[in-house]
Write a protein that binds this ligand. Structure first.
Ligand SMILES: *[C@@H]1O[C@H](CO)[C@@H](O)[C@H](O)[C@H]1NC(C)=O
Ligand SMILES: *[C@@H]1O[C@H](CO)[C@@H](O)[C@H](O)[C@H]1NC(C)=O
Length: 396
């Protein structure tokens, strides 16, 4: 009976305290108050004196006041250092839906803005400013406590002379061109004096060609269709594609580079590069981007994961382009995008960005799929990680 009384009393107290305070973060506030109430009830249950009862009540009042939306934190999580507020910003990109929605909104607006831009750097910068302003209103922007998601190398590589051209560079001075080429020598990334011909900050793709002798680097900005070939000492421009393929990737189809879809134009066009230029391949069934492309030795190409712009979702599907036809091949165990894949010794290793999962697809000698298995998790969200094959504990 006493317990019920206590609960009623506390609810009345809580309601009275909060009534006139409209407050964001109501959900966290409720969760917090509930925890305080539960603590109070167990505290009260162990009391035998009225002194003890009032001690419990005092603890409860302090507890409740410190909650988001409580007396000490009337603005919710704004200016409130309650641990629940801090926890919700830990790895916000992963865990906090409100932050994620806000981020995707900002990204969407940024994209729409860029699509309207003529070929003017000023317009692109303006879009970035709009993006930054929007991001500044997102929860957690000041308080993120993280684990950062900077791309890093992991344990697998495809080329012996690994060439990295990803936009791992920080973007503090957004006006200087993003054209570095760095080489991994032992455990150090050394920036070379040779530069890319084109600014390719993000959304571009690179593929090792000519048995690892050269790298083909294409795309980047919205509308960017150019490609260049780096042979270890110089970069030479080569054929531009007909369609732009920002985040459309590069993979081998019938031993020739191919790219599929696009992030900004959201098209479903696929093209392949031969000695005489780009020619079209059959459209992908989805408007897709941010997948990984892997060429099998038997001339078919797999498209793994990605963002389906038809319904906006991450996809777990693996598609196959074989004999000029797209078909559904199999499924990843977890939907993912912005990951990287590498085909080594009849196994494809896929490192997902969102799920952090590392999945392995095993094939037999005839390249028939045998098994799909999750073999581990990455310690954090690595965005389009650069993969290369190496021995364990290399560079640690
Ligand atoms: C080339 O791309 C343009 C749009 O960028 C498109 O209108 C045209 O149909 C494309 N041509 C081919 C052969 O795909
Ligand atoms: C290549 O291997 C894949 C994967 O097992 C298989 O589905 C496909 O039929 C093969 N393609 C050809 C052209 O043999």
């Amino acid at each position: 009976m006493l317990h019920f009384l206590a609960v009623f009393f506390l609810q009345a107290y809580a309601i009275q305290q909060r009534l006139d305070l409209p407050c964001e973060d109501q959900e966290l506030s409720d969760q917090c108050s509930k925890e305080c109430r539960n603590d109070y009830i167990s505290c009260f249950a162990n009391c035998e004196s009225s002194y003890c009862n009032s001690e419990c009540l005092e603890v409860f009042q302090d507890c409740d006041a410190s909650c988001p939306c409580g007396l000490s934190c009337p603005g919710g999580c704004a200016n409130c250092d309650h641990e629940l507020c801090q926890a919700r910003c830990h790895d916000a990109h992963e865990n906090n839906d409100e932050y994620r929605l806000c981020f995707y909104d900002a990204l969407f607006q940024h994209n729409m803005c860029l699509k309207e831009c003529p070929a003017s750097a000023a317009c692109h910068e303006l879009c970035f400013d709009i993006y930054s302003d929007k991001m500044a209103t997102c929860p957690c922007m000041e308080t993120e406590t993280t684990s950062t998601s900077v791309p890093t190398t992991t344990e697998i590589v495809t080329t012996s002379n690994a060439v990295s051209t990803t936009g791992a560079t920080s973007t503090t001075s957004s006006s200087s061109p993003i054209t570095p080429i760095a080489r991994l020598d032992d455990c150090t990334l050394n920036e070379l004096t040779v530069r890319l011909n084109k600014d390719r900050e993000y959304g571009h793709a690179a593929l090792s060609i000519d048995n690892g002798e050269k790298a083909l680097i294409c795309f980047g900005e919205s509308g960017e269709k150019t490609c260049e070939i780096f042979d270890g000492s110089t970069t030479v421009s080569t054929f531009a594609s007909n369609w732009t393929h920002k985040y459309g990737g590069l993979g081998l189809y019938k031993n020739q580079p191919a790219s599929v879809g696009c992030f900004s134009e959201e098209h479903q066009k696929a093209e392949t590069l031969s000695a005489s230029g780009w020619t079209s391949l059959p459209d992908h069934p989805k408007r897709i981007s941010s997948h990984s492309l892997v060429g099998l030795e038997n001339q078919s190409m797999l498209l793994i994961g990605g963002q389906d712009w038809g319904n906006g979702g991450l996809q777990s599907r693996i598609w196959q382009l074989k004999d000029e036809n797209w078909n559904q091949f199999c499924e990843l165990l977890q939907a993912d995008y912005e990951g990287s894949a590498s085909y080594i010794g009849r196994s494809i290793y896929y490192f997902g960005y969102k799920s952090k999962a590392i999945e392995r697809l095993d094939f037999n000698e005839a390249e028939d799929l045998q098994n799909v298995e999750q073999i581990g998790n990455q310690p954090s969200n690595f965005y389009l990680p650069v993969l290369f094959q190496t021995v364990s504990n290399y560079c640690i």
